[in-house]
Design a protein around this ligand. Structure first.
Ligand SMILES: *Cc1c(COP(=O)(O)O)cnc(C)c1O
Length: 419
């Protein structure tokens, strides 16, 4: 049976070109990239080359790119590292705005990845920060007015994801950047930073762009961001490697300690092969993006058209226009998501669901719930995420197989529908 993979938001296969360029760094070029001898120099050449590719992607300086172990670490570094820098500054001088008894304030959204949400919850639990989680509309787009209204004197960070991993909606990052910019101008009418103290009289803006890299503009200036998180394995690169764009002059403290790599911000021996792999993945994105956007979008539309035509009582979750081309999130009302997933898996088709019965919790997806989709319809949802290797034949097969599965489950369902 030929297997069909439609779960590219979870992870992507390694592009053979990435593997090819990584291979020597797993064998011959094994030096520690911090060593001064020729073994080290060979290795650091690979790291530098990769950093160049990322600087191209973000349109930034070489030294504004930090390599990490992945997006989870990048997100942790932004949230905790910025907060710690502010707390230290507060201790050392009176510049940072939070009064002694008041915590610094972070604004994020209800639909973020757990690598943001859970860090925020942890910072609250530790008594280090207060966090506002803004709402999204029924299309899954962040309500930017709520961001504007949430900004306070002690706000230090706005963190909003670029593209949601479950419903694929694209958030208005540049517009949010403009809101942050305006708020900063209000705080300090002469916008440029004049003294180190000014660094702590400012709101910073972060976006988790993991799911956007394949499809969206990524220049930091255009997006008006101070931090951008990306991950290797969501863009046909290796797992366990990610990066963080940090705008020059942005305060940040390391959250782990040891060596002096990455300007002391992220110590630890370089994962040279991983870094090179991420570099190739980015190089390929720069080359292939337009063409892939086009191809995947057509296949996604074909999938939606085929399924909604053959299966009654479906509901597309999230806005179709403001969404990346690779994502379709559909509820098949009255059919249980996890059962559909498992039955598709028996047919060799891999998708994911907004229902999480297997994990023991009956909690439906926090993203779909934030869009006010009733819990039972969240449990009936499937997420199809296409990739650059997806073919029309594969889409045809899903359209052929799924209707019978949905029909069978609906007949078995205790919540049997009228028709
Ligand atoms: C996958 C993902 C992450 C986590 O990335 P890792 O590199 O696996 O740590 C974070 N944010 C989003 C939006 C993701 O899709």
């Amino acid at each position: 049976m030929e297997k069909i993979y439609l779960d590219h938001s979870a992870t992507t296969p390694l592009d053979p070109q990435v593997l090819k360029k990584m291979q020597p760094y797993l064998t011959d070029i094994f030096g520690n990239a911090s060593s001064l001898h020729s073994f080290g120099q060979e290795a650091i050449k690979g790291v530098d080359w990769a950093r160049e590719q990322l600087a191209n992607l973000f349109g930034c300086k070489f030294k504004e790119v930090i390599f990490t172990s992945g997006a989870t670490e990048s997100n942790n570094l932004v949230l905790r590292g910025l907060l710690m820098a502010f707390r230290n500054a507060k201790k050392e001088s009176s510049s940072a705005k939070a009064p002694e008894d008041k915590k610094f304030h972070i604004i994020t959204s209800k639909i973020e990845h757990p690598a943001i949400l859970e860090v925020c919850q942890e910072l609250v639990k530790e008594g280090l920060a207060e966090v506002t989680f803004v709402n999204v509309d029924s299309n899954g787009v962040v309500k930017i007015n709520e961001i504007k209204e949430a900004i306070k004197d002690n706000t230090i960070l706005v963190s909003i994801m670029y593209v949601n991993n479950e419903i694929g909606t694209i958030q208005p990052i540049r517009k949010i950047g403009e809101i942050v910019e305006k708020a900063n101008l209000k705080r300090r009418p002469k916008s440029e930073v004049r003294s180190p103290k000014d660094l702590y009289d400012k709101i910073y803006f972060h976006t988790d762009a993991v799911q956007a890299v394949n499809y969206c503009p990524m220049k930091a200036d255009y997006l008006k961001t101070d931090f951008i998180t990306i991950s290797g394995h969501k863009i046909y690169g290796p797992k366990g490697i990610g990066a963080l764009y940090i705008k020059e002059g942005t305060p940040i403290k390391s959250i782990i300690f040891g060596g002096h790599q990455e300007y002391n911000i992220r110590p630890g021996t370089y994962n040279v092969a991983g870094i090179v792999g991420l570099g190739v993945a980015i190089e390929l994105v720069n080359k292939e993006q337009t063409e892939i956007n086009d191809k995947i979008g057509k296949l996604r539309d074909k999938l939606i058209a085929g399924l909604t035509k053959k299966i009654p009582d479906t509901q597309i979750n999230g806005n179709l226009e403001k969404r990346v081309p690779g994502n379709a999130n559909i509820s098949f009302l009255g059919a249980e998501g996890e059962s559909m997933l498992l039955m598709l898996d028996l047919e060799g088709i891999a998708v994911s669901t907004g229902s999480a019965c297997a994990s023991g919790s009956l909690e439906p997806s926090h993203v779909l719930r934030a869009m006010d989709i009733p819990a039972e319809d969240c449990h009936a949802s499937l997420r199809f995420t296409l990739g650059k290797g997806t073919t029309a034949k594969e889409i045809d097969r899903v359209i052929e197989v799924l209707p019978a599965i949905v029909k069978r489950l609906r007949e078995m369902s205790p919540l049997k529908r009228k028709n």
